[in-house]
Design a protein around this ligand. Structure first.
Ligand code: UD1
Length: 346
């Protein structure tokens, strides 16, 4: 297939490109080289065309394309409210322009990088009130070291559970809001053009080539960078918050499976969680990395961030049934390797 790949110079995009080429596909690679991700003066790969979805012409690059794999995005949680226009312009206006150009070019198949952040705090079970979204964590609870959220109805103890793709959207950050909007725009394009989109809702992606620590980095890059500096990873809250760490080679594989199968999907947007299926606490993750690096053990600080969700874990079942995808790299193996995996310098 001839695939248009946006975000090809990024961490995940680079792995998708290699995997797609290995599978015999032809890849037209694009990237805007955002300074937040790539620095402002660095060398650029001459095989990747520099193109900004917000304003550059798109018709020519879409000629003869069978499917688009859209990974380009401004990532991270966002630093402050001044980031809002950038998230909206890069992620949402950029995607809307791409979809309009796909429509003109007659391209009907899209694979979209989405995220588990669309679910926000996820879903919990309350012994008294059943299936509930958790109440927003109060400052008093957080400051007194009570990190688990309460039931929104009775304020009692609740237990997290693995979420499925029909869980309602509850975005909590600028980035999460932009990912929800991207899915909605892609859904609208599907209706207008009788087209097909697969939204891959990534959990915490890690692996070789991760960008070194930036204000937009996730926890795996932050801890890996701390270890490289000879410092202890600083674990927030009590370290018992749960995530699902999925290796970038698995993420690349599921993207290529989705590209190859999107045309067999029904018209409309089909979402899939992309997860390892092995929940891991942030404390365990930090300890695994430190031990593998022979470095300083993690420090549990009790610090907290208001926007953090406490636990978020998804069911990987739908991707297994719909795409034949099961993650191959267990987090205890991949996270130990991350201790020595090379990072991408800025
Ligand atoms: C992360 C990404 C998000 C992505 C999602 C799914 C970032 C900033 N967040 O969300 O964009 O869509 O995965 O792939 O890239 N923590 C520490 N110490 C630190 C930093 C964080 O203990 O120095 C803890 C946080 O309190 C949190 C957990 O690690 O509990 C995960 O944090 P983080 O990776 O920032 O955000 P996610 O919500 O997992």
């Amino acid at each position: 297939m001839r695939i248009l790949l946006t975000g090809a110079a990024g961490f995940i995009g680079g792995h998708i490109r290699s995997r797609a080429v290995e599978r015999g596909h032809e890849v037209v690679a694009l990237d805007a080289y955002l300074p937040q991700a790539h620095g402002s003066g660095g060398a650029h790969d001459s095989t990747i065309r520099r193109l900004d979805l917000r304003h550059d012409p798109l018709d020519e690059v879409l000629e003869g394309i069978d499917a688009v794999c859209h990974q380009a995005a401004m990532v991270g949680n966002g630093v402050d409210a001044q980031d809002l226009p950038d998230y909206a312009e890069h992620n949402d206006a950029g995607t809307a322009r791409l979809l309009a150009a796909m429509s003109r070019a007659g391209v009907r198949d899209l694979v979209l990088a989405s995220s588990m952040v669309v679910y926000g705090d996820g879903r919990y079970t309350c012994p008294a009130d059943g299936d509930v979204p958790p109440a927003t964590r109060g400052v008093e609870d957080l400051a007194s070291g009570r990190y688990d959220p309460r039931c929104p109805v009775c304020a009692g103890e609740i237990a997290w559970r693995a979420i499925s793709e029909d869980t309602p959207f509850l975005p909590r950050t600028s980035y999460a809001a932009s990912k929800v909007a991207q899915e909605h725009y892609a859904g609208a394009w599907c209706t207008l053009d009788d087209a097909r989109a697969i939204a891959l809702r990534y959990h915490n992606v890690y692996g070789p080539g991760m960008p070194a620590d930036t204000p937009y980095a996730g926890v795996a890059a932050i801890f890996r960078s701390a270890i490289a500096r000879g410092e202890a990873p600083k674990v927030f809250e009590d370290g018992l918050q749960v995530r699902d760490f999925v290796h970038v080679s698995d993420v690349a594989r599921v993207n290529v499976l989705a590209i190859e199968q999107v045309a067999m999907h029904p018209a409309g947007l089909t979402p899939y969680n992309v997860a390892s299926g092995h929940p891991f606490t942030i404390g365990e993750m930090a300890a695994t990395l430190s031990a593998a690096a022979g470095g300083t053990p993690p420090e549990v600080t009790g610090d907290y961030r208001r926007f953090d969700v406490r636990h978020v874990v998804a069911s990987p079942k739908a991707a297994s049934e719909g795409l034949g995808f099961t993650a191959e790299i267990a987090p205890e193996v991949g996270l130990a390797q991350l201790a020595t995996d090379p990072l991408r310098p800025r």
